[in-house]
Design a protein around this ligand. Structure first.
Ligand SMILES: NC(=O)c1ccc[n+]([C@@H]2O[C@H](COP(=O)([O-])OP(=O)(O)OC[C@H]3O[C@@H](n4cnc5c(N)ncnc54)[C@H](OP(=O)(O)O)[C@@H]3O)[C@@H](O)[C@H]2O)c1
Length: 193
């Protein structure tokens, strides 16, 4: 179910992605096994606070990227403090079971029927303090044909957010972020040690 401030916009998005339906933000927050908070980072903590009663006990998937477009390309926004977006959302809706996930890739990747690159399924990192919400996120990622990668607790969510901003900044300037992270196993003469 797609929720929105405007019923018309929610209906449009719902039709566009073939969702189960559309409704208010609160209705969408209470629907299904998990809720994806997909609003601009600057609005996310306030949105989470407003929806806190609806998000209580819910697995909340936070895909926000704290990015501020600047003259030199996207940069980290520090508006509202230095905590990660995930931490700020968790603090705004304390009973929500927050998972940081799905922020790394552009929407064009998430809508691929089969996200496989160079023969390997897309790896989707996630961070959470809630084991069952993490299992749910991993199940969802697997159902999309991707490979989940547990990256620790919510205290590490800021690293994923910074990685997303870094990658977007690299693409913005014509680079290819993934080429900056070759595995040491690929080095000539590498051993398993
Ligand atoms: N786009 C991507 O490729 C991508 C990839 C990874 C992560 N993300 C993250 O996903 C989130 C959404 O991205 P997006 O590209 O969909 O952004 P967007 O188009 O700027 O925002 C999505 C929707 O949020 C709604 N919105 C704005 N302020 C709101 C508020 N205060 N309360 C409730 N709803 C509000 C708007 O809907 P109405 O005006 O109709 O209410 C808007 O259509 C962002 O945090 C972004 O960083 C995006």
């Amino acid at each position: 179910m797609v929720g929105g401030r405007s019923e018309e916009a929610a209906a449009r998005t719902s039709a566009g992605i073939g969702a189960a339906g559309y409704g208010s933000l609160g209705e969408a927050a209470r629907y299904g096994r998990a809720v994806l908070l997909a609003v601009p980072a600057g609005a996310a903590p306030e949105s989470a606070a407003e929806l806190a009663p609806d998000l209580a006990g819910r697995a909340v998937l936070d895909c926000t990227v704290p990015m501020a477009p600047g003259t030199g390309g996207p940069g980290l926004t520090t508006a509202g403090g230095t905590d990660s977006m995930a931490a700020r959302i968790a603090s705004a809706a304390p009973a929500a079971r927050v998972v940081k996930v799905f922020g790394i890739c552009h929407e064009s990747i998430w809508t691929l029927p089969r996200p496989v690159f160079e023969g390997a399924p897309l790896v989707v990192p996630f961070c959470t303090d809630d084991t069952s919400a993490g299992f749910l996120a991993a199940e969802l990622v697997t159902s999309m044909g991707c490979t989940p990668l547990a990256c620790g607790g919510l205290d590490r969510a800021g690293l994923l957010e910074a990685a997303a901003v870094f990658a977007i900044g690299a693409w913005w300037s014509g680079g290819e972020a993934r080429h900056a992270f070759p595995s040491p196993a690929l080095a000539p003469g590498a051993t398993d040690d």
